[in-house]
Ligand binder design. Structure first.
Ligand SMILES: Cc1ncc(C[n+]2csc(CCOP(=O)(O)OP(=O)(O)O)c2C)c(N)n1
Length: 434
């Protein structure tokens, strides 16, 4: 025994030394970028199994890439959702409005009107098209990059901006980080900053919906980086075990702040292939192809509604900009990645498709862009009347003690009163002039 311990201590004698693999992204700042290793399948060539098929019939699609829009800007193959031109224009409009909103909110942060903002540039289809494929009352459990869902569901921009400014119009009373919206009326579950918590919540909600005999399904969105969290795996297990009517959308935008997808296991297998081990249906989809996103989400929704089981969808995309206003991607990735990304831009691709159909043109696109910018400008002005960051405290101080318990427990009441007394001594003139 003593000898064995000694053996281990000196490295096992003549056994080969062990080595760890530490993932490293292909490109760092300044590097030329070549994405030829990314397998881009031909649009229209992926089989579309029946929605009620056994999960195993989808597993070949976990390593493929479902695509509809071809290089010729036309829709191809069995996944073509055959949407009419009005619906396509609505989809384009929601994506354009989401982008215009992001642009203005990002600038607002730089102007000091809010402390924080997160864009979804380049990933608009993964929320807008997916949301359009669901029923308006299906319950969604998003991450922080799905503002496109709220925009698609008609949530007022003014409400979003009030929340971002944490002003006196903020329905969440300044208690949430900017962009962590919540809207029961829009079946939009409160966004949590703790990554992946929304995934078991979505599965649990879907299980409850089924056990009550309801007809609404649940869908959740999670970044590929966050799939490394245990919560995601618990969600997959419960979804598979109980055949929950849920869709697990994984948005693989290649980066989790400064960590590339390899750190979440992306070098070994696709994220869609996680479905195979759990016995879930799995689809891997071109996330910048608005038609493929719509078709896959609708397939999964129909499957869930038919009690045929949950689906894990990987939307393969690219985070075109920084993680948030607190991030500078120039410090860790090559600036050429965005321009070299082989799947293009979702808005440009849908626009070009509509033009190819003879249902759109550059002038109408320019008018749409102007109108989106104007809509966002007007909403911003309106929200600013309720206050911006730094212009005082917009919610009465004592409200931070409210709304957790139906009746405030004595110790919170005591703490609240004590804090108010201390504030009066410190700021006799009042801090925020409410
Ligand atoms: C449990 C937990 N761990 C870490 C963080 C810090 N954090 C916030 S966002 C983020 C990256 C997430 O990346 P990904 O899931 O790929 O989503 P993306 O931001 O790319 O959309 C990290 C590490 C957090 N908020 N919660």
């Amino acid at each position: 025994m003593a000898e064995q311990v000694q053996d281990t201590a000196r490295g096992g004698g003549n056994r080969p030394a062990l080595a760890l693999h530490v993932p490293e992204p292909r490109y760092r700042p300044g590097d030329a970028v070549d994405f030829s290793h990314v397998r881009v399948s031909r649009a229209g060539e992926q089989a579309r199994p029946d929605e009620r098929c056994p999960a195993s019939e989808t597993h070949g699609l976990c390593t493929d890439l479902i695509r509809v829009l071809g290089e010729d800007d036309r829709a191809h193959g069995p996944w073509d959702p055959k949407l009419d031109a009005d619906t396509l224009r609505t989809m384009l409009g929601h994506m354009a409005l989401t982008r215009a909103f992001d642009e203005r909110m990002f600038r607002g942060q730089r102007q000091g009107k809010t402390s924080f903002y997160m864009k979804c540039t380049g990933e608009e289809a993964t929320s807008v098209s997916a949301a359009m494929a669901l029923a308006g009352d299906d319950m969604v459990f998003p991450s922080y990059r799905q503002q496109g869902i709220l925009i698609s569901r008609g949530y007022p921009l003014v409400e979003m901006i009030n929340q971002i400014y944490s002003n006196k119009g903020d329905a969440l009373k300044g208690r949430q980080l900017p962009i962590m919206y919540s809207s029961k009326a829009h079946s939009f579950f409160t966004i949590s900053g703790n990554l992946a918590t929304q995934t078991p919540q979505a599965v649990g909600w879907a299980m409850a919906s089924a056990s009550k005999g309801d007809s609404r399904i649940a869908a959740t969105w999670v970044g590929e980086g966050s799939t490394a969290e245990g919560d995601f795996h618990a969600a997959c297990t419960f979804a598979a075990v109980y055949n929950a009517p849920v869709i697990l959308n994984v948005v693989n935008n290649q980066w989790a702040i400064s960590s590339f997808s390899g750190f979440a296991g992306g070098e070994r297998a696709t994220f869609a292939a996680r479905a195979i081990g759990y016995g879930l249906a799995g689809l891997r989809v071109d996330g910048n192809d608005a038609l493929a996103v719509y078709a896959a989400e609708r397939w999964a929704a129909d499957r869930a509604r038919a009690n045929a089981g949950p689906t894990l969808i990987e939307f393969f995309s690219y985070r075109a900009e920084g993680h948030s206003t607190s991030d500078d991607p120039a410090g860790y990735r090559s600036a050429h990645e965005r321009e070299e990304w082989p799947l293009g831009d979702p808005i440009a691709r849908l626009r070009d498709h509509l033009i190819a159909l003879g249902e759109w043109d550059e002038d109408r696109q320019a008018a749409m862009d102007r109108s989106c910018a104007e809509t966002v400008r007007a909403a911003t002005k309106e929200a600013e009347r309720n206050g911006i960051l730094g212009h005082g405290l917009h919610q009465p101080f004592e409200t931070m003690f409210e709304d957790v318990y139906e009746t405030m427990p004595w110790h919170l009441a005591e703490q609240c009163a004590q804090s108010l007394r201390e504030r009066e001594v410190k700021f006799p003139e009042g801090l925020h002039g409410r």
